[in-house]
Design a protein around this ligand. Structure first.
Ligand code: HPA
Length: 244
């Protein structure tokens, strides 16, 4: 089954035909929300709002271990995670979708592995390519088929938050090879990898990153571009799930 994790701008998924919800408990505590099951097109889908349905959980407070465990425990084999980001690269402007192919993790202090404690000796999970390539390719094919403007590839900088970055921090991220910056891509991706669940990200550019574009003095969220970006994400999901 496919899971969709929605970010702060996608705490509901209008195209999902809901069948039921399920509260799941995990050894790592409570997930962000009950899981919402339903159908999109021909596919059974489970949806989770990573910040909770009321958008009340900050990025650094998300219990990613519980979230990914809960999805795995109900039979999820693939996760498409959506998150809003700031655009660093000049062609990654607000409203654009980016399907990253790599990331740099700048987060700290988040519970980021299942391999801890006396009965779970450490495993050095391979993370050379942090996203599942077949799933990425399906996402890219769906974006192409739906005629959506998107970028294939890019490096996602995952920062700790909840504050936004300084302009100097963004310049450093750029020097280090990052193209977009967000706060939620990790540790989700590595936790999915540890459980053997395919995981890929779709980044929705919500604003220019600090010090870029029209965000020289402060961050401006580009609400119009964002609304069209959210519509694009739903179009992509519909195509991916075979909805005519
Ligand atoms: N920085 C970090 N996270 C974000 C941003 C940003 O500029 N925009 C949306 N999420």
């Amino acid at each position: 089954m496919l899971a969709i994790i929605g970010g702060s701008r996608l705490a509901q998924l209008p195209i999902l035909q809901i069948t039921h919800r399920q509260v799941v408990r995990t050894p790592y505590g409570d997930p962000s929300c009950a899981l919402t099951f339903g159908r999109i097109g021909t596919q059974n889908v489970v949806f989770m709002a990573r910040h909770g349905y009321g958008n009340s959980i900050a990025p650094h407070e998300i219990n990613a271990r519980a979230n990914i465990w809960a999805l795995h425990s109900v039979g999820v084999k693939r996760i498409l995670a959506i998150g809003s980001v700031g655009g660093i690269r000049p062609d990654m402007q607000p409203g654009m979708l980016v399907v990253p192919d790599d990331m740099i993790d700048y987060t700290w202090g988040r519970a980021h592995t299942y391999y801890e404690g006396p009965d779970r000796p450490p495993v050095r999970v391979d993370f050379t390519r942090p996203y599942d390539e077949p799933l990425r390719q399906q996402i890219v094919a769906a974006a192409s088929a739906s005629g959506i403007a998107y970028h294939e590839g890019g490096v996602y900088a995952v920062t700790q938050g909840p504050r936004l970055e300084t302009a100097a921090e963004v310049r450093r991220l750029q020097r280090e090879g990052c193209d977009v910056v967000g706060m939620t891509g990790m540790p989700e991706a590595v936790l999915a990898r540890e459980l053997g669940v395919a995981y890929a990200n779709v980044c929705l550019v919500a604003n220019w990153a600090a010090g870029k574009g029209d965000c020289q003095q402060h961050i401006v969220f580009a609400e119009d571009a964002l609304a069209s970006g959210i519509a694009k994400v739903q179009q992509l999901l519909a195509t991916l799930c075979g909805q005519p």
